[in-house]
Design a protein around this ligand. Structure first.
Ligand code: SF4
Ligand code: ZN
Length: 726
């Protein structure tokens, strides 16, 4: 390692260590050694110290232990030694820096100095888990942490847009010459936030610990690694987390020190200034430190240096296109024109056709486009009919393709899509219109994306877009018939009526022993994969993450245990799991990776089960929040008494049917009850307990076990009379 770099990193580490020490002493004096400290919503304490050292820091005194360890890592001042600084010393300084930065930021939380204005601050476990799925399915190829400020606001925006277009998640912060890229983006009106893939962490270099202690948690959450397996955690981030640092402006000692920390995690640093480069080191996959002065080339250079695999589909439309724009909203002030929602009637339909009936690439607009609207008209009816043909296409795949339309529309910068079928709602922004986007382009997008993602089953795609009221009304009648037929067919499908289940192994890249076994009546625990989805996915890509499991001999119809499922799960879980029952939370339950929409937990004293969904941040009667529960359930391990599930599983006839089904359910957040609405009401009627929903407590009734018990006894909840769970 370059001598200059190493010396700078060590100097920076010392500055940061001194700051940590002073801050710690101040806090000890003012709050005492037993004062509680911690970041919000995490089960990993100080994550970096937890992963690397196995420490569970909860008090100031314990933070002192981390500090002492970090101090021990700090090499002597370069001038105190007569050697050329070598790699090891700078890397140790980097680790010391990360540990000290974590101490400083957690103390700032104690003093309510974090999060900084307009910044996210510490990244919670919830965010980690909910983005996990995007990492596994490749929608998000990697992360960039930007530190500093670009020479101009335009350059800042251009760099960020280039990253967004490649679907790379961007953390922005730190400063250079008193300017932060956060303010450059704000001044340029760039929308930030998790939905936009641009997350401001803080305006100083120390807060760059947030993306790093977020990344290290993925090793424990998804990699099945334990706290304290430091080397393995670092190796994991190097191999699995495609992150890199991009410094804009002068690289000072603090940035070198933090950069040395990042390099330990396998994350290279790319700078726009004249720094000494560090060629392949073995710590990172390729170069560790490189420079690139050309802002047009800097993003491709980052991607190359980190080895990020990006799939960019260049679609010939006048606005940017990519997953990073998926969460962007088009608000009323920005609205040029909308379709559906409350404003007009709209629908979208994918329909299978015989190959001879359609012409690939034919995109027809019947009616006016949005540049032909009379002044003041801001809404049009819209019917989108997508006809698809393909030798391997099946009628069952129509709804699967149709569900993707939401993404395909939203990827357009300046287009917002909500809903589906005949309840869709599309908005086009003024900016997008000004750049030349027209309704017809939406057809181009859909045609290209269906070919791109479903090339294996779709040979021909023809699109007709209707914008005249009478056409939309006429086509809508036909579309509604199709929706109704589909629902009927899917509703009738049961685990007994099929001879094959499917596996989903997509999460194995994070939780190496985890498998979801998906049946018609049990969705994957992330809620994103139904039996039909996995069936289609297998037909589309037989070597992909979904495999058929022929049912064969049933060992136990009540618990839902099949010899073939056991054999398959054992084989694919690296022999860590032997028995897998589909319908029980207590007897050999399914494993949980970390992506679960909901977690269920047995409450022994109530002889029942509670369930909490990801969006509920409050306390639950088992004494843990969703986040804490998630921390103890994930990682691909079988945990009897706990189970991660998809929301819609609650409305399945096979919902923990071995354990008493819905009759066991004693607590759930109000919002979840409302979300499942009619479907849940129908189920409780079917099982002959029409008033069960009122007997299931929610957070307005009970958040402790005592309150819960009182309520259950008062309403005579059926769980109290069921056979014991264990
Ligand atoms: Fe992961 Fe299971 Fe969802 Fe597949 S179905 S993506 S394995 S959680
Ligand atoms: Zn998962």
């Amino acid at each position: 390692m370059s001598k200059i770099v190493a010396a700078a990193a060590i100097r920076g580490a010392r500055v940061i260590a001194r700051e940590a020490e002073e801050f710690l002493n101040k806090a000890l004096k003012e709050h005492g050694p037993d004062a509680r400290i911690g970041f919000p919503e995490t089960a990993f304490f100080l994550p970096m110290a937890n992963a690397l050292l196995g420490l569970e820091v909860k008090t100031l005194k314990e933070a002192g232990n981390v500090f002492n360890y970090a101090k021990g890592l700090l090499p002597l001042e370069p001038k105190e030694k007569l050697w050329l600084p070598y790699l090891g010393d700078a890397l140790d300084a980097g680790i010391a820096t990360l540990l000290c930065e974590e101490i400083i930021t957690v103390l700032r939380y104690l003093y309510k100095q974090e999060p900084q204005t307009d910044c996210n601050g510490f990244f919670t476990d919830t965010i980690l888990r909910s983005l996990g799925i995007q990492l596994v399915d490749g929608r998000m190829p990697g992360f960039a942490a930007i530190l500093g400020a670009a020479p101009t606001n335009e350059i800042a925006v251009s760099v960020v847009r280039q990253l967004q277009e490649r679907n790379i998640l961007i953390f922005v912060g730190s400063s250079s010459g008193g300017r932060s890229i956060i303010d450059q983006l704000k001044e340029s009106g760039v929308e930030m936030g998790w939905d936009n893939y641009i997350v401001p962490y803080g305006r100083d270099t120390i807060s760059a610990i947030y993306p790093l202690n977020w990344a290290i948690r993925s090793a424990m959450t998804f990699g099945g690694l334990k706290a304290g397996q430091g080397k393995k955690c670092l190796l994991y981030t190097k191999e699995r987390v495609f992150a890199f640092g991009l410094t804009l402006g002068l690289v000072d000692d603090l940035k070198y020190a933090t950069g040395a920390g990042a390099i330990n995690m396998g994350f290279p640093i790319i700078a726009d200034t004249d720094i000494p480069e560090i060629k392949p080191s073995g710590i990172t996959t390729y170069e560790a430190l490189v420079k690139e002065f050309d802002y047009k080339k800097i993003v491709p250079r980052c991607i190359e240096v980190r080895g990020v695999r990006v799939k960019v589909s260049k679609i010939p439309i006048p606005v940017l296109y990519g997953a990073a724009f998926e969460g962007e909203r088009v608000r009323r002030e920005q609205l040029y024109c909308e379709f559906g929602g409350k404003s007009s009637q709209a629908f979208e339909l994918i329909s299978m056709r015989d190959s001879s009936q359609i012409e690939d690439g034919k995109i027809e607009l019947v009616g006016p486009d949005i540049d032909q609207l009379p002044e003041k008209v801001k809404s049009l009816p819209l019917g989108i009919l997508i006809e698809v043909a393909g030798r391997k296409l099946q009628k069952d795949f129509e709804p699967i393709l149709e569900r993707q339309l939401h993404r395909f529309f939203n990827y357009c910068m300046g287009v917002m899509h909500i809903g589906q079928r005949d309840m869709n709602w599309i908005r086009i922004s003024k900016d997008a219109f000004a750049k030349g986007l027209r309704v017809k382009h939406l057809g181009i997008v859909l045609h290209a994306m269906i070919h791109e993602e479903f090339g294996a089953i779709a040979d021909k795609v023809q699109i007709t877009i209707f914008t005249k009221e009478e056409d939309v009304q006429r086509e809508l009648i036909k579309a509604r018939q199709v929706y109704a037929e589909r629902d009927e067919r899917l509703g009738g499908m049961t685990d007994e009526s099929v001879d094959t289940f499917y596996s989903c192994e997509l999460c194995q890249s994070f939780a190496p022993n985890h498998i979801c076994v998906i049946t018609p009546e049990k969705v994957g625990l992330c809620g994103a994969y139904s039996w039909l989805d996995t069936k289609a996915a297998y037909e589309i890509a037989p070597s992909g993450g979904n495999k058929p499991i022929p049912k064969g001999e049933c060992l136990d119809p009540v618990n839902g245990e099949w010899a073939s499922v056991n054999a398959y799960v054992s084989l694919r879980s690296n022999r860590t799991l032997e028995r897998f029952s589909m319908y029980s939370i207590v007897n050999n339950p399914s494993t949980s990776c970390g992506c679960f929409e909901c977690i269920m937990a047995v409450i022994p004293e109530a002889n029942g089960i509670m369930i909490v969904h990801r969006d509920f941040s409050g306390m639950t009667p088992c004494g843990m929040t969703f986040t804490t529960l998630a921390g103890s359930v994930g990682g691909g391990i079988q945990t009897p008494g706990f189970l991660g599930v998809g929301k819609i599983y609650l409305t399945s006839k096979k919902f923990i049917s071995a354990d008493g089904g819905l009759r066991r359910l004693i607590w759930m957040p109000k919002e979840l009850k409302e979300l499942l609405g009619e479907k849940l009401i129908k189920r409780v009627q079917e099982i002959g307990e029409p008033d069960l929903l009122e007997k299931i407590a929610d957070e307005t009734i009970a958040t402790t076990s005592e309150e819960l018990m009182l309520f259950l006894e008062k309403v005579k909840h059926p769980a109290l009379t069921l056979p014991p769970l264990f």
